[in-house]
Design a protein around this ligand. Structure first.
Ligand code: GDD
Ligand code: MG
Length: 360
């Protein structure tokens, strides 16, 4: 039996999309709450016990996922009274693990969509005899991540979280947010106080000569830290670019959930998902977007790379590109919103209020 800890907590700011009421791990991606994809992939890799370490809004997870039986998992929930940081959260749940001191425990960040071969990370861990093994990926701008330079054998030389100066940017290899810990290493994290696994545990282990092994894997990887990234992730799940056994239907250009109604001449493409009870009107064109449950897109609207929140309404002929419309918001007819605009939940934009083009 292999166990896992899923980190879904922190101060919440980065996890809650600015304009959607639902906390991000529960916002549907390809028809199911985002967390379902991570849990289903862990199950597929042979994990059977997952402890969800959370510090906020724990009450939204348990009613949905319950004991995990539907996913073939045994799921437990642990809520921190105050956020304990990534390392503190791990230490706080270690007592829930049944694994022996020498056994591997998978740990993963809750805001990552990835095609990581979890079995390969576990194998790397076993064959290298490491204390901790880390999934690494390459990015063009590593500044928002943990930098992890390795030697020729993949052994980690340093761990530099969110480098501040150009001199600190020594590699494009970053921590991809999935680890295998030898269980006894988790037990050495101090209890009862906040600890950052990135800023304290990893550098401390390295300073004491511990063996941290990196596994660079260039599979699909996306940090869902922004609503825009979330939309991208949802579309990639629908398109099948991001592999998940939990996509709520067949992969392809679009995914229309059973109770949604889409006009026959509407065009859906680029991994667009139309959620339960949502309505798409005649002649609408929607590409690479997520239309959440109960939303309404009126006739002739054109939407690309956007998130339409639950119960939101997009008026006729309105054009949206790279926009987040919060739950319950209304964008009246004949508006044109672009590039990063966020319409707050439950607000209303009158018809013809905002345009980018010069006339009409
Ligand atoms: N339970 C709990 N308690 N979970 C926490 C806490 C906490 O106090 N703080 C953060 N987490 C969870 C978050 O919910 C997230 O799933 C994960 O730990 C990482 O925290 P983030 O706040 O999202 O960190 P980040 O995105 O800035 O950086 C992390 O991820 C990068 C990859 O996306 C680091 O691990 C980086 O090194 C890494 O490159
Ligand atoms: Mg993150």
């Amino acid at each position: 039996m292999t166990e896992a800890i899923l980190l879904v907590g922190g101060k919440g700011t980065r996890l809650r999309p600015l304009t959607v009421h639902t906390p991000k791990p529960m916002v549907p991606a390809a028809g199911v709450p985002f967390l379902t994809h991570q849990l289903a992939r862990a199950r597929e890799a042979g994990i059977d016990h997952v402890v969800l370490a959370t510090s906020y809004l724990a009450e939204v997870f348990e009613p949905y996922f319950g004991d995990g039986a539907e996913l073939g998992l045994h799921l437990e929930y642990v809520t921190e009274r105050e956020p304990l940081g990534t390392g503190g959260a791990l230490r706080n749940v270690a007592s829930r693990l049944a694994s022996g001191p020498g056994e591997p425990v998978l740990v993963f960040n809750g805001d990552i969509l990835t095609g990581l071969d979890i079995g390969a990370l576990l194998d790397t861990h076993t064959s290298s005899g490491a204390d901790v093994s880390l999934h690494l990926t390459r990015v063009t701008d590593p500044r928002a991540f943990g930098l992890v330079p390795t030697d020729a054998d993949g052994r980690v030389r340093a761990f530099l979280e969110k480098p501040q100066t150009p001199e600190e940017i020594v590699t494009d290899q970053i921590n991809a947010g999935a680890y295998v810990f030898r269980r006894s290493v988790l037990d050495t994290i101090p209890a009862g106080r906040p600890v950052s696994v990135e800023r304290e545990t990893f550098p401390g282990l390295l300073a004491h000569g511990a063996h941290l092994q990196g596994m660079v894997d260039s599979t699909y990887w996306l940090d869902l830290g922004t609503p825009q990234a979330f939309v991208r992730g949802s579309a990639d799940l629908v398109l099948g670019r991001a592999p998940s056994p939990a996509v709520a239907g067949k992969c392809g250009e679009h995914l229309v959930l059973p109770t949604a109604r889409v006009a026959p001449d509407a065009k859906l493409s680029g991994g667009t998902v139309v959620g339960e009870g949502a309505v798409v009107g005649a002649g609408a064109r929607i590409g690479g977007s997520a239309v959440l449950a109960g939303a309404v897109v009126e006739e002739g609207a054109r939407i690309t790379d956007s998130l339409i929140g639950e119960g939101a309404r997009i008026g006729a002929r309105t054009v949206l590109s790279g926009v987040v419309v919060g739950d319950g918001a209304t964008v009246g007819a004949d508006n044109e919103l672009r590039d990063g605009v966020r319409v707050w939940c439950d607000t209303a934009l009158p018809p013809g209020a905002v345009r980018f083009s010069s006339d009409q």
